[in-house]
Ligand binder design. Structure first.
Ligand SMILES: NC(=O)NCCC[C@H](N)C(=O)O
Length: 290
């Protein structure tokens, strides 16, 4: 039975890697981690449990990173330190220095579950999972910005090219500065193979052109909700095509997805997602989608 492989953003989610916020975020200093005033570690832990319930309801199996109190608060954002392919996991290299130890945690858990390691981003190269978007099974778009650099994109292309996957780098804007988190996934959430939620003003033009050329329907996330949430209205997790999990409190963006045929379930996440710059996609690393 296949236990890994995810070269799609929205095929049914079967297995996913997560880490509970209660232990990982306990005692985190918001200034050090660039968390907003709404950060509350205990509340974040409870809100994370709300997401876990929705993921379990979808039928996906959760693989857990251990609850050791290693002080790695951002390690709850499991989307970023590794990327899954049908040929094994790529162990990435973090652009945010406080997150440098996290790829090692992912490698250990993959080894424990018998998931092969296809390769790793090394040396000066950096790539974060939030910058990687499967446009289709053979095409990976990668945002080049504060977290992911050209050396990392070239290494990724060298690892994936032999498996018939083409890697395309797209420049991201600086937007709120080098300390803030802006990934390619901050401005797009695929909802199905032919549908994506976007914040068009911050999309790289050539990426937008690629999506349009492929006939992918683009649903606009509400601009006021985007500003009010630092983009978290847009960060939604498909558990199957057109079935998504979103942060509560963004009715216009939710209605736009529903109008495009999506079913949207929500969870409260002011202390976890809005404060810490990562939503339900960031809190999940798909291990198997098919
Ligand atoms: N894929 C994502 O957008 N991840 C969000 C990561 C948030 C975390 N506080 C960070 O700055 O890396």
């Amino acid at each position: 039975m296949t236990t890994y492989g995810a070269q799609s953003m929205a095929a049914p989610l079967r297995r996913v890697l997560m880490r509970r916020a209660a232990a990982a975020m306990r005692g985190a200093d918001p200034q050090r981690w660039h968390y907003g005033p709404g950060f509350d570690a205990a509340k974040a832990g409870v809100q994370h449990d709300g997401l876990v319930e929705l993921v379990e309801e979808s039928g996906a199996e959760i693989l857990w990173l251990g609850d050791e109190e290693d002080g790695l608060a951002d390690s709850v954002f499991t989307h970023d330190p590794s990327l899954m392919t049908d040929h094994g996991a790529v162990i990435l290299s973090m652009g945010k220095s406080l997150r440098k130890p996290e790829p090692g945690l992912h490698e250990a858990v993959y080894r424990k579950h018998g998931i092969p390691i296809l390769g790793r981003i090394e040396g000066t190269g950096t790539v974060e999972g939030g910058d990687c978007v499967w446009v289709d099974r053979k095409t990976l778009a990668v945002g080049r910005g504060i977290r992911t650099n050209q050396a990392g994109i070239e290494q990724l292309a060298n690892l994936l090219g032999p498996h018939g996957i083409s890697v395309h780098g797209f420049d991201l804007p600086l937007w709120q500065g080098a300390e803030a988190c802006l990934h390619l996934m901050s401005v797009i959430s695929p909802l199905a193979d032919d549908l994506a939620l976007v914040y068009a003003p911050l999309l790289p033009v050539a990426f937008w052109q690629m999506l349009k050329a492929r006939g992918i329907q683009l649903v606009e996330g509400d601009a006021e909700e985007f500003a009010a949430s630092y983009g978290l209205n847009l960060n939604v997790l498909p558990t199957a095509p057109r079935e998504v999990i979103a942060v509560a409190g963004f009715p216009k963006t939710k209605a736009a997805m529903e109008a495009a045929g999506c079913t949207v379930k929500t969870f409260e996440a002011d202390a976890l997602c809005i404060a810490c710059e990562g939503g339900p996609t960031c809190l999940t690393r798909p291990v198997l989608r098919w």
